[in-house]
Design a protein around this ligand. Structure first.
Ligand SMILES: Nc1ncnc2c1ncn2[C@@H]1O[C@H](COP(=O)(O)OP(=O)(O)OP(=O)(O)O)[C@@H](O)[C@H]1O
Length: 231
């Protein structure tokens, strides 16, 4: 179970993110600039909240009062960045290996082979990111995340740099990956169709403040009705 209750002063507002996710896929859904990516950055440890608690099962990742602030590499949180953030000067294999935790050489090589197969990257091992398609880059980024055996998955607009057709082709693929993972997944999105297809629950976020978590099917109906009423 991932529990988040944090505050962070930003330029336009104070981020107040509060939700829990229990063996589930939760969407942070809101407009551009609402504080979605900042919330993920705080969970991963790239950014530091001013106050609050982030806990995964019995592991405290952050607690301002107890002065606990685990380094990102100690949190076991896999973060799929918007635009994927691959290392441009490294090959596909190099990018994936960079995500690996310390393992004996033979085990690293075996794991690398497994990831290349699982993410359908055979034949691309020695290519660099700028020669890959959007979908291939996404698969390398996912392989790099799973190389570190994460316990929590953070997906920041996983389809934002793909065209619409490819996005709809890839939604079932990402859903399978999330299902196989089986743990807590937080996905950032401002696309309600994507949310309905991939997430069980939604935590809407407006001007930095998360609202009560709701079932994604119910929330989908509500948002669609709002769109209809606007027409
Ligand atoms: N390091 C920072 N310090 C202060 N303010 C920041 C920082 N990073 C982002 N912000 C501001 O915080 C707000 C939320 O940004 P964030 O990137 O979390 O939005 P978002 O909901 O992910 O938007 P988008 O959907 O466009 O990616 C924005 O107003 C942004 O300018």
């Amino acid at each position: 179970m991932l529990y988040v209750d944090i505050e962070k002063r930003l330029d336009r507002f104070t981020l107040k993110a509060r939700f829990r996710c229990d063996h589930n896929t939760l969407a942070l859904f809101g407009a551009s600039g609402a504080g979605k990516s900042m919330t993920l950055k705080c969970i991963s440890g790239i950014e530091k909240p001013d106050r609050g608690v982030i806990q995964f099962n019995d592991r405290v990742l952050f607690d301002s009062e107890k002065r606990i602030d685990l380094l990102p590499q100690k949190r076991r949180v896999g973060y799929l960045f918007q635009e994927y953030a691959l290392f441009p000067n490294m090959t596909v294999s190099g990018n994936i290996a960079a995500g690996m935790r310390k393992l004996p050489k033979a085990k690293r090589e075996q794991k690398l082979r497994e990831l290349i197969e699982r993410f359908r990257l055979s034949g691309l091992e020695n290519r660099r990111p700028d020669s890959l398609s959007g979908g291939e880059k996404q698969r390398v980024a996912l392989a790099r995340i799973f190389a570190s055996s994460p316990e929590v998955l953070l997906l920041d607009e996983p389809f934002s740099s793909l065209d619409t057709l490819l996005k709809y082709q890839l939604i079932p693929y990402i859903r399978d990956i999330i299902d196989d993972f089986g743990g807590e997944t937080i996905m950032v999105s401002h696309d309600i169709d994507e949310v309905r297809q991939l997430c069980a629950e939604v935590s809407p976020i407006t001007d930095g403040v998360t609202q009560e978590t709701v079932d994604s099917g119910i929330y989908y109906q509500k948002i669609k009705k709002q769109y209809e009423d606007l027409k």
